[in-house]
Write a protein that binds this ligand. Structure first.
Ligand code: GDG
Length: 484
């Protein structure tokens, strides 16, 4: 624990509240991404500060007063880093989303390595670091989130500002063969070594980073064998750790038991009575493998015609990065595929794929989780994937089945009790779905109980504690290893 003495300062690209224009009015909305879901309850329970961009680039609006209400309700302070449209284009849409996001998800052919993106990324990182320097004290613990802000410790040091810093990467870290394609590879590696602790979701990600570091700095030595290791590299000494992010288990479990939510779940089941429900929930992103998943559903109904009329696939796709052409094209591709599968198999009274392109209120999302017989979570690559864990936590009847991509970080923890699939293998997925549909009740219960136990123990509070203890404790081994 940070303890009473040290204030926690979280720094991320986006604040947990974003400003949106609704007609002439600006409104404040809570974010729906994995990071917000993960950290909001923690800061609320401890109190602290969150530094980030508000999502608005209009200099005429008074961001701070708009956010004051949200901050009071949220129970922690917010500081905004103002960004111009040009900065957002270069640093966020450019460097972060057109370079690091695809590259770190092993999709290097989607990268656009424009040097001006890199320069803007550095400028904006400097701006963030100035805000961190101004609004924190040497006693604070500064926890930087994610790939948009890899240069924070580097710039703080270059300003002569001493802070205790930790960095957590929410996406995978690629192996050297892929990472080496980044034109600014050594600058990024070096910047990461300036943190006191660098955290990843899995030991695989951590080891990939260590491999890249060794290529950069052959004298690198690594000490320790647990989740957190001590690194000596050049003139730097710091820690690397694997901290699989998780969810507030009790919140999802409790919501699923709530009477209103249980009624909503009942209504979903009633609407699809006598049919098994397979559920997919994702931000609409090319890393999530949604087209591949719909094709695997098509394959399921082709390979197992007896399932026609007896199974529904429900896909919730949350709008994401809608301004970007690639995401618009992905949406069109998904909608055409849904149309094609429904056109191929529908008959009066049964439409196989139910597709929702919108964000559901939290309680409705939990109702869907709770109503579904099977969660089909098949990202092509994913840092962790919280949906897989949320589904299990909401499965209070304990008879659901998780079908999970082997390329999601969550697979490292949940592999024993989920069906692990290759998201590119349509027939393999179809066969495992067929098995999952026919799995007997006792077996479903056994595996779901194990999954829920694992997620209950290694929950979001455990994640925060283990990261902060690794960041703050003097000796290695003074922090909790993952409960099994
Ligand atoms: C990044 C990494 C990593 C989804 N639909 C609705 C909704 N959601 C919420 C889910 C979940 C979150 O969005 C999605 O989290 P994921 O982990 O699946 O994915 P990313 O957004 O890509 O997150 C990922 C994560 O960071 C944390 O480190 O696991 O690998 O890519 O929490 O509940 N929420 C609401 N309505 C919806 O319709 N309210």
């Amino acid at each position: 624990m940070v303890g009473g003495k040290q204030r926690l300062v979280v720094v991320s690209n986006r604040l947990p509240a974003t400003l949106k224009k609704d007609g002439d009015e600006w409104t404040v909305q809570g974010g729906a991404g994995g990071l917000v879901t993960a950290l909001a309850p923690v800061l609320k329970n401890r109190g602290g500060v969150w530094i980030g961009w508000s999502g608005a680039s209009d200099p005429s609006i008074d961001v701070d007063s708009l956010l004051a209400d949200f901050s009071a309700k949220a129970g922690y302070e917010l500081y905004t880093v103002p960004l111009t449209k040009e900065e957002v284009d270069g640093y966020y849409f450019g460097f972060s989303n057109e370079i690091i996001w695809p590259l770190f998800h092993d999709l290097q052919t989607r990268c656009r390595f424009h040097p001006r993106y890199w320069r803007m990324y550095l400028d904006v990182n400097f701006k963030f670091a100035e805000m961190v320097a101004r609004s924190t004290t040497p006693d604070d613990y500064i926890w930087i989130q994610d790939y948009h802000l890899m240069h924070q410790a580097f710039f703080l040091k270059s300003m002569g500002v001493k802070r205790q810093t930790g960095f957590f990467l929410h996406i995978p870290f690629p192996p050297p063969d892929i990472f080496m394609k980044l034109p600014w590879r050594w600058k990024v590696i070096q910047a990461l070594t300036e943190f006191d602790l660098v955290g990843f979701h899995t030991t695989q990600d951590r080891d990939n980073f260590a491999e890249c570091l060794r290529r950069f700095q052959p004298d690198t030595e690594i000490e320790g064998s647990g989740a957190v290791v001590e690194v000596r590299s050049g003139n730097r000494q710091f820690r690397l750790g694997a901290f699989p992010i998780s969810i507030d288990f009790n919140q999802f479990n409790g919501l699923a038991e709530n009477e209103d939510v249980a009624r909503k779940a009942f209504n979903i089941r009633e609407a699809l009575r006598h049919r098994k429900i397979i559920l997919g929930v994702d931000r609409l992103d090319y890393t999530k493998g949604i087209p591949e998943r719909i094709r695997s559903i098509q394959t399921l109904f082709r390979m197992f015609p007896d399932l026609r009329g007896r199974v529904n696939f429900v896909q919730i796709a949350v709008p994401s990065r809608e301004e970007v052409d690639e995401y618009k094209e992905l949406r069109t591709e998904i909608e055409q595929l849904v149309g094609r599968v429904n056109g191929e198999f529908s008959f009066p009274g049964w439409v196989p794929v139910h597709y929702h392109y919108k964000s559901f209120p939290h309680d409705e999302l939990v109702a869907y989780y709770s109503a579904a017989d099977i969660a089909l979570v098949t990202p092509l690559r994913d840092g962790m994937n919280l949906v897989a864990k949320e589904y299990c936590a909401a499965n209070v009847s304990q008879d659901g089945v998780l079908v999970l991509s082997e390329f999601a970080g969550a697979a490292a923890q949940l592999q024993e009790d989920a069906y692990l699939v290759n998201p590119y293998d349509m027939e393999g997925i179809a066969k495992d779905l067929n098995r999952a549909i026919h799995r007997d009740k006792a077996e479903r219960k056994l595996h779901m109980t194990n999954l829920r136990d694992q997620i209950r123990k290694n929950n979001i509070y455990w994640w925060v504690d283990s990261f902060l203890q690794a960041g703050i404790s003097k000796r290695l081994g003074d922090f909790p290893e993952m409960a099994t």
